[in-house]
Design a protein around this ligand. Structure first.
Ligand code: ZN
Ligand code: ZN
Length: 304
C-alpha cells in the first residue's frame, strides 16, 4: 500500500510537518497528482498557493514560532525589515506570519516613531507622559528647549504633547517664557522689553477697535430710541446718520452737561443709556440744532 493512502500519515506529513505535496510525492516516489487527490479525499485542507510559497522558501525559520516573533516584534520592537534581514527572507513574509499569529502590527505612524527612536534613543523619553509633563508644564521649558535637549525636531514634541493630551501654550505665553528663562540678564531685559512692547501694541490695537465698535453701537442705540428706526431729524427729516445729534428740547444743553459732568458726545450717550433714556430729548440734524440754538427756532419751523 502506498504510504499516502494512510490518512494519519498524510495528515502528519502535510499539515503537521508542513511538507509540500511535491516533497511527499518524492518520498513516495510518485507524481504529485495522487497526493492532492488523497488530500481531497481525506478532506485535509489544502494550502493556498501563497501559503505554500511561504512554507517552501521559509521552511524551519524562527519567525514561524509565535513566541519568538512576539518577543522580537512586539517586545523588542524590531521592524519587519530588520527581522526579514535577520532571517534572510522578505518583510512581506514576516508580516504574513504576524497576521497568522494575530500579533497586532504597528501603524505606519508608530513605525515612523520607532525608526526615529532607533536613530535617536534619547527621544524615547517622550513616550513617558510624566517626563514630558514635568519638563513642559512644571519646569516650563519651551518645545524648542526640549527638542534641543533630545536633538529631535520640535514637531516631534508637538506630536507627543498632543498624544499625551498635554495642553500647548499660547504663542504669547510661550514668548513670555522665552525671555523669562534666558540665562543672560542683559538679553533677558531686552527680551522682556520687546515682549512687553509687542504685547502692549497688540492689545492697544485690539482694545481701540473694540472701543470704537462699542461707541458706534451705543450712539446708534440712542439715536434709534429718540429718532425712530432709521433715526431722522424731527425738524427736516434728514436721514444721514453722521448729520444727526441729540437735542435738549428746552435748549438747556450746556447747563445740563455741566450738571452731569459730561464733556463728550459718547459720554452723553452713555449717560442717556444709563439713565434709561429720560424724556426731554429729540433727534435733530446739526443744521436744525444749530439754528434752534442761535435763533431759538429753526427757519424750517418759521417757514411752516
Ligand atoms: Zn434738520
Ligand atoms: Zn430744521
Amino acid at each position: 500500500m502506498k504510504k499516502y493512502k494512510d490518512r494519519e500519515w498524510l495528515y502528519q506529513k502535510y499539515t503537521i510537518e508542513k511538507l509540500s505535496a511535491y516533497k511527499i510525492a518524492k518520498e513516495c516516489s510518485c507524481s504529485v497528482r495522487p497526493i492532492f487527490d488523497w488530500l481531497k479525499k481525506y478532506t485535509i485542507p489544502i494550502r493556498s498557493s501563497s501559503e505554500a510559497a511561504l512554507i517552501r522558501c521559509d521552511d524551519g525559520k524562527l519567525y514561524k514560532n509565535r513566541q519568538w516573533l512576539y518577543q522580537k516584534y512586539t517586545v523588542e520592537k524590531l521592524t519587519t525589515v530588520v527581522l526579514a534581514k535577520e532571517l534572510g527572507c522578505t518583510p512581506t513574509a514576516v508580516s504574513w506570519w504576524l497576521k497568522k499569529f494575530a500579533i497586532p502590527t504597528r501603524s505606519s505612524n508608530e513605525s515612523r516613531i520607532l525608526t526615529l527612536e532607533k536613530k535617536n534613543p534619547k527621544s524615547m523619553l517622550l513616550r513617558n507622559k510624566k517626563w514630558l509633563y514635568q519638563n513642559y508644564i512644571e519646569e516650563q521649558k519651551s518645545t524648542c528647549q526640549i527638542a534641543n535637549e533630545l536633538t529631535c525636531p520640535a514637531s516631534t514634541i508637538f506630536n507627543w504633547l498632543e498624544k499625551h493630551n498635554i495642553p500647548r501654550r499660547s504663542s504669547s505665553e510661550a514668548a513670555f517664557l522665552v525671555y523669562k528663562s534666558d540665562p543672560d540678564p542683559i538679553v533677558r531685559k531686552r527680551r522682556k522689553k520687546e515682549y512687553q512692547e509687542r504685547y502692549r501694541k497688540k492689545h492697544m490695537i485690539e482694545s481701540r477697535e473694540k472701543g470704537k465698535i462699542r461707541r458706534q453701537k451705543r450712539r446708534a442705540e440712542v439715536l434709534v430710541h429718540y429718532g425712530g428706526n432709521p433715526p431722522k431729524c424731527v425738524c427736516c427729516g434728514e436721514l444721514e446718520d453722521s448729520f444727526l445729534s441729540i437735542d435738549h428740547i428746552n435748549n438747556d444743553g450746556a447747563k445740563h452737561r455741566k450738571e452731569i459732568n459730561v464733556h463728550s458726545g459718547d459720554a452723553f450717550y452713555l449717560w442717556l443709556k444709563k439713565n434709561n433714556f429720560p424724556s426731554g430729548f429729540q433727534v435733530l440734524c446739526y443744521n436744525c440744532n444749530m439754528a434752534k440754538g442761535i435763533y431759538g427756532k429753526c427757519p424750517h419751523e418759521k417757514a411752516r
